[in-house]
Ligand binder design. Structure first.
Ligand SMILES: Cc1ncc(COP(=O)(O)O)c(C=O)c1O
Length: 394
């Protein structure tokens, strides 16, 4: 049974701008629609399918787990979840992890953790979280408020209190808003949804130094730019600093829902039984897949390859001197192309030509290809994109 586009939309809430093809299956770095049209995927399901589609080891690992233990609740421990927690904390150089199911859920956990840390140590009234203008942290009532974009602060009042926003890369703005009620700051090393906007290293280093002095917790939201995407384990590893709390999701799941709140030593014992929880969090099948992600993508060799592939794409784009390209930004395989023409138009035209890309912010085409993609596949996709850009008269 296969559905056409309009039929497919009928019983789904109208909360997404669905694109036309109904996807049928995926293989490698390609997706196929119900008419068997083939698309090179530069979206990875918005940063999720880091291993592409139908990855042999990932399928084996999740299938074996599926046949053994599908779920056991968090009242009991199970070997696979513990194995992931051990490996993830080791690679991340963090102390402990709380496992959840999504990016927003991970960020909710991080916010609760930061507020409880401050409450335990300083009492009431020190609970404000700073975040950055143009950030994106999720779709729950609290993570929407943590998101520094006014367009997300409509309709759903009242939002959670205790958030304030600073301009990215503006240390003076940070200092001005660092009032005595602040307990933490939440940042993306590269703002993804906001427009593929990387933070600058000096800003981050100075900010972290001040935070450490004042016992303000530094939370990095690595939901989109973490797990190897930028050519390092985490986007913030590009800045030579340490974080107190790190959130992960998307790419760790590679196709199954997972999220995590990684805790440094400082915050590892803040939660006590009953303070936080999640029925599905740390599901063993998702953890079995995540273990393959860590083994395959989170090694120095793989980070190096991802960095080189990213540099290759940037080189192809900048050397093309394409008249529609105003700027190429990003790190590793998280790349933003600021275009003269509308990024949504580029996305639609690319799709017609067998290439899937994302947009970000108002003026940016966003590329998040699977991290296992080859240089030939990258070249093939960039050629399509450049031809599409050339064909647009805007
Ligand atoms: C940086 C960042 N944080 C949080 C989220 C929310 O993640 P999820 O959709 O899994 O809740 C996203 C999703 O795009 C994201 O990019």
């Amino acid at each position: 049974m296969s559905y056409d586009f309009n039929e497919a939309k009928e019983c789904l809430v109208n909360s997404y701008n669905f694109l036309e093809p109904v996807i049928s299956y995926g293989n490698g770095v390609y997706l196929y629609d119900t008419n068997n049209n083939k698309y090179l995927d530069f979206t990875s399901g918005i940063g999720v399918n880091s291993l592409g589609y139908n990855h042999k080891t990932w399928i084996e690992s999740t299938t074996n787990q599926m046949k053994t233990l599908q779920h056991s609740s968090n009242i009991f421990l199970n070997n696979t979840t513990v194995k992931l927690a051990k490996k993830l904390t080791k690679i991340s150089e963090m102390s402990k992890v709380f496992l959840a199911n999504s990016g927003a859920e991970a960020n909710e956990g991080a916010i609760k953790l930061a507020r409880k840390y401050s409450y335990d140590k300083y009492g009431k009234g020190r609970s404000t979280i700073l975040s950055l203008v143009q950030s994106f942290h999720g779709r729950t009532i609290t993570t929407l408020k943590a998101t520094g974009q006014d367009k997300f602060h409509q309709y759903f009042f009242p939002f959670t209190e205790g958030f304030n926003y600073i301009n990215a890369n503006d240390l003076d703005d940070f200092k001005a808003k660092l009032t005595s009620d602040v307990c933490a700051i939440m940042l993306e090393a590269i703002q993804g949804e906001g427009g593929v906007l990387p933070l600058n290293k000096e800003f981050v280093q100075s900010l972290v130094e001040i935070c450490n002095e004042k016992d303000i917790l530094v939370i990095f939201d690595e939901v989109q730019c973490g797990i190897g995407r930028t050519g390092k384990m985490f986007g913030y590893n590009n800045f030579d600093i340490n974080a107190d709390i790190v959130t992960v999701a998307k790419g760790l799941g590679a196709g199954l829902p997972i999220g995590g709140v990684l805790c440094s030593k400082k915050v590892e014992n803040v939660f006590n039984p009953g303070d936080h929880g999640s029925t599905f969090g740390g599901n063993p099948v998702a953890c079995a897949g995540a273990l393959v992600v860590l083994d395959t993508l989170c090694t120095e060799k793989s980070f190096d390859e991802i960095s080189k592939k990213g540099a290759y794409v940037k080189d192809l784009l900048t050397k093309s001197n394409n008249h529609q390209i105003l700027e190429v930004r990003g790190m590793g395989l998280m790349i933003g192309i600021k275009t003269k023409c509308s990024p949504s138009l580029v996305q639609k035209e690319a799709l017609k030509n067998g290439l899937l890309v994302l947009t970000a912010g108002k003026d940016t085409v966003r590329l998040l290809p699977p991290l296992i993609i080859s240089n030939d596949e990258l070249k093939y996709g960039i050629d399509i994109l450049l031809n599409v850009l050339n064909s647009i008269n805007q």
